[in-house]
Design a protein around this ligand. Sequence first.
Ligand SMILES: [Zn+2]
Length: 537
Amino acid sequence: MIRRGRQGYAIATGLFVLLAASMCQSQPLWDLANQNKGLLRIATLFTAQNVRDHLSGGEGINRAIQWCKKTGVTHVFIETFRDNYTAERKVLEHARSRFEDEGFEVSGCVTTTRVGKISTGWKVISCYTDVDTQNQLQKIFEYTASVFDEIMIDDFLFTDCECDECAKARDEKSWADYRCELMVGVSRERILGPARAVNPGVKLIIKYPQWYDNFHNRGYEVSRETTDYDRIWVGTETRDFDNQRWGGKVQYEAYYIMRWLGEIGGAKTGGGWFDPYGTTEDTYVEQARQTVLGDAKEMLLFCYGSLLRDTGPANVEKLRAELPGLFKLAELVRGKPIKGMIAPKPPNSDAFDEQYVFDFVGMLGLPLVPTAEINTEAEAAFFSVHALKDAGFQGKLESMLAAGKPVLITDGLAKRLRNVNTDHERVIVLNVNGNPRNLLDLTRNELKPIRDKLLAPLGMTFSAPNKVALYLIGDNCAVVENFNDEPVDMSLQFSNPVSARKVLILPADGKVDFGCRDGKLRFTKMTARTLVAVEYQ
Ligand SMILES: [Zn+2]
């Protein structure tokens, strides 16, 4: 396969930026996005069906190009396969060339739904024990690697099949162990190897779903798969908590998973990916804010076809207005360590009845440091049943307590701990009662002693209602975010006097009376669904 060299591509891109600047002066977001793409890149996906419906003819491609430029999208993913439909080679190649000629970066994508033998579980998922299914999967990736140099794999690369063939193959293993082994093997032998044989330079991205507490149960193995793949991406589609069909996820989840996988993936970590399903304009852009706060280098707006209908156009309008602020937010967080209490989820750890508890604890205004490891050097910690996956956990907990560090533990973990005195003055037991969403009912007064104790080592106190998140970025930046539907008053008190100034508010027309006196930062009448960043010294 002959493709343009890097240098030629860069020159072509440069020429087109110049051309675009002279030809399309009414594309301010396109210019801004190109200036900022090294900091935060905006992407979209054309599903295989979008390719068929929107990119088969010149007029459709022109409309798509204009939409992307108007939205600040500089990177497009063009999908070859989804739901047992394969996009045509000549259509894919033509679309790829048109976007490249317009100055876009172009990658491929595959969604492994309805491939071969269907699972006994979810009907879009496949049985990967089945050899014919593996053969079909391999052909899809060989085909895609013959068209694209980078391939994203959407988050359906797992299995929940329990057919006789799978049951026999797993033998004595747990379903989780069998599926992790199976999917690691399928990735190596049926995806990575064959794709690289067709196109030695191809880079493959595994995009992990948002449901991190169930990864291992369905065969997503974040340790080995992250090692094997070239890059990783992250699902950050929290949607609307109250939506009947799509709801139940709090906004902090997108932040938690972006940071957690960001640590696991390191330099391999690419972007976060969210969609418009079950969202309002407000909850749609909250997904973008959380993705950027999570230090994503890129955000993908799934997907072109869906964004043209239903809530899509209004969502996109709101996002366009927010893009300049999102670039600013990316600048504030990029590459800086975060401070707070470690909130470890070891890879492949079981959640028992504390599913996604981290997300809800983050909503309480406790600045979490999502991590896969339990580092006893941390100044404070939140531990849930997930921590039991670490065989050395009890010793680590004891050493933190002996060092005088405050620790918040769930009631579920406290019950399972042997030989650790949870009446210790440094320990607070958080009553989850097997239902993390109940934490959202805690009052400001109930939250006070928890926040006071855990923030003490950081030299600050925080007072706010529930559903106001606090993020401590680097040495001099704090972000507060009101997820409530009404205005709130809050304060952040430093034990050492500081001076502080407001550096960003999202949305741009959000309001807050901000003041700082004697080390106390007051945020008064901060509007609903608003984020404020301050810098202090
Ligand atoms: Zn099966």
